[in-house]
Structures are given as C-alpha cells and as structure tokens.
Design a protein around this ligand. Structure first.
Ligand code: ATP
Ligand code: MG
Length: 265
C-alpha cells in the first residue's frame, strides 16, 4: 500500500466509531441482511434509507444487540465499536445499550412520571451518587432534548400524558440520560407533526456535536436535511454509502438512483 493510501485509511479509521464487516442476519430461514460492510463515523449523522423490508431496522438493531431479544434472529459477521467486538461473550448487552442508545418509531415512555422516565437509566447504571446529581442529569437531558421548558413545572406528571412530539423528545431525553456515545433512531419522526418533526431534526443536528447519530428514515427530504452520510439498502444489501449530497445528486448505483427518483420503493 502506498503512503498516501495508508494516510487516508488511518484518518478514516480514527474517525470511525462503528465498523461493521460481513454482517448477515437470518430470521429463521429468511436472509434479511446480506454481507453488510460499513464504517460509521463519530460526531456525524448517518441516514439509512431504502424501501420497506430492505433491512434498515434489522441492521440498526444489530448495532446495540437488540436482535438478541428476537428468538428467531441469528447475527453473523463482526461489529466493532471503538475497536471492541460488541458480540464478544464478555460484553454485557445492558451496558452496551447504555452506550448505544435507541429511540423507536413510536414514542414509548414508561407509564411513570416524566422525571422517572429520564432518571431510570442513570439510576440502574449507577451514574448519580445522590439525588442532587440525579436531578441535574434529568435537567440536563431534558434541556438537550429541547423539552425542559415545557415540562419543568410538572416533572411528576405522567410521561404518557404528554403530546406525541413531547413524548418523543422525552424518549430522546431518556436515551441520552445515560451519556451514550451512539444514538440509534428508527424513524423517530414518523408519528410527529411538522412542527415536532422540525424540533426533533434541530435536536439531531445539535446531538451530532457529542454523539454518532444513526437515523432510519423514509423521508428523503429528512435524510438530506439532517445527515452528512447516507447508506442506501435494497433487498437486504447495503448498495451504496457515501456523502449525503453525493447520494442524492450523483448516485453511483442504478438502484440508488431508481429509489431516490421514486422508481422503486
Ligand atoms: N422479528 C422478525 N421475524 C421475522 N422476520 C423479520 C423480523 N423482523 C424483520 N423481519 C424481516 O426482515 C426483513 C427486513 O426487515 P426490517 O424490519 O429490517 O426492514 P426495514 O427496512 O426496517 O423496513 P421498514 O422500512 O418497513 O421499517 C423483512 O423481510 C422483514 O419481514
Ligand atoms: Mg424498519
């Protein structure tokens, strides 16, 4: 390998937070994800796009071992976060999920108070030494999720009583309360109105300064607005990965072009 290529590779490796190699997923006989290789960068928003059923959620769930909870799922290949194999027998999936947080399509607050929703993770992971520290984690997380001003006077009210957009921001606050390094979001705005969507998108952009964010979206406008990198999946394969601008204006693969121009999907 010549020097220049070595330098380029090293820079890419330094910035990459997650390295997936040869990832395959089967649900029983169904081959849902086929040989996915990708390096996901730190402090970057990466969008996963592609037609329904192409494996976006499946791959996202590999990144914090959520597929462990699906009895029929078998995951093969290698996924490293900061160089560590997350499927190694020594890795505790509960610890991993504190480091690699997740926000789901449908807001799913616990049927508990707003405060408890956010405090739960830091409590079980022992991140606060006392009540004052826990209070400050709760406040900081709600502030980062752009929800603090709307709920600061009713932290004891139940989380499920909030509006859909507020519930989703509460779930984001809950996910970031354990100080994750990666935030996985599976269609986080699909249940939200345009105003709440804009708030969550703005938030995603801010979170990028601290986390590696991976977002699955069916909205190409959203992918173009919030992400710097985009991965296009089709029939279980990662077809194309690159700069978001390039994927949307100058895709290299005809399948990517067909999808973004609305011919497949
Ligand atoms: N728990 C499961 N058991 C069996 N098959 C599954 C399971 N989850 C997903 N699949 C199958 O795996 C394939 C990929 O599904 P996945 O949910 O990853 O797609 P997706 O790209 O997220 O789709 P969508 O855009 O509709 O959310 C599909 O064929 C799906 O039917
Ligand atoms: Mg999905």
């Amino acid at each position: 390998m010549d020097d220049m290529r070595l330098v380029e590779r090293t820079v890419e490796q330094l910035q990459s937070k997650i390295e997936a190699k040869g990832v395959q997923v089967y649900y029983g006989e169904k081959h849902a994800l086929k040989d996915v290789d990708v390096a996901i960068l730190d402090r970057t928003v990466t969008a996963f796009i592609g037609p329904s059923g192409c494996g976006k959620s499946t791959f996202l769930r590999c990144l914090n071992r959520m597929n462990d909870t699906v009895a029929s799922a078998r995951v093969m290949g290698s996924i490293r976060i900061d160089g560590e194999d997350i499927y190694d027998a020594r890795v505790d999936p509960v610890q991993l999920r504190a480091k690699v947080g997740m926000v789901f399509q449908k807001p799913n607050p616990f049927p508990k108070s707003i405060y408890e929703n956010v405090a739960y993770g830091p409590k079980i992971h022992g991140l606060a030494a006392n009540k004052a520290e826990l209070d400050s984690i709760v406040e900081a997380s709600l502030r980062k999720a752009a929800l603090w001003n709307e709920v600061k006077d009713r932290l004891d009210a139940t989380g499920t009583g909030l509006s859909g957009g507020q519930q989703q921001r509460l779930c984001i606050a809950r996910a970031i309360a354990t100080s994750p390094e990666v935030l996985l979001m599976d269609e986080p705005c699909s249940a939200l109105d345009p105003i709440a969507t804009a708030q969550v998108e703005e938030l995603i952009d801010e979170l990028r300064s601290q986390f590696s964010v991976v977002i699955v979206t069916h909205s190409m406008q959203q992918a173009a607005r919030v992400s710097q990198k985009t991965a296009f999946f089709h029939l279980g394969s990662l077809v194309e990965y690159g700069e978001t601008g390039q994927i949307f204006t100058n895709p290299k693969d005809p399948r990517t072009e067909a999808y973004i121009t609305g011919r497949i999907g």
